[in-house]
Design a protein. Sequence first.
Length: 270
Amino acid sequence: MRNVNPTVFLIGRSTVDLMEISEWMSYLKTTFNIDSNSTPGELLVQLAGKRCYMSFQVGLNPNIQRVREDMGDFIDNILKVGHGSVLEHSVYNFALEGVSRVFSAEMNRHRAGMAISEGSLRFIRFDDIPFWMPDSLQDKSWDSEDLLEKKASSRGIFHEVFLKVERCYAELCEIWKEELKPESKFALKKNITSMLRRIIPLGVATGGVWTGNLRSLRHIFTMRCAPEAEEEILLVASLMLQKMIEAEPLFFKDFHKDEQGYWRPKYVKV
């Protein structure tokens, strides 16, 4: 048994093919000036947005009398008017570790615009049972004596439960040790591991890869960085948001912390 903390890694993002973009612009008989300081996400969204209105340059569409050249102004207008579909063309890949099945049960509800590959307890066998101790059970300087006592007692029960499950899990592995030998057929080991997982608590720490487009990520952060969110998904979503503010500030600069420390967007529905 070991305590872990939810950890977020930003492991991938969309890229652009400048040669293909150039050929595309030639096909459209227009030009598009690529800012070398722009992120691939910014370029993809700008290209998609400008193609919607054929607004790569004045004169290409008779209805267009002015085009926004500044990337910041362009993206801010996209967020302001809620033209969110163009944000779906840029995706980011997160590796999330030390998160529980409590978290993933909440996070996996955000299927639209997301790709999810979670650690499978049908295949993964444990030597120990990792878990995250909820922040709500951590001592705070303002806690009353009664609350501190309740938290301490609760933490003790958490440890007791996970230790008990870990011992029982090890006993089951011992019972099935012949079938679980390295040289045993994988299908047999998989079936037994699947059976064993049924005693593991929902709070077991796991991990995996969650990929989302910019629009979906904004929706998740709006919903899950708010005070109504469950505490673990609030923690993880806030960590993900901070990664995205650093990676794509133009798309997430409208998120700000309120007085209670929760993240709030200026543009709620995009």
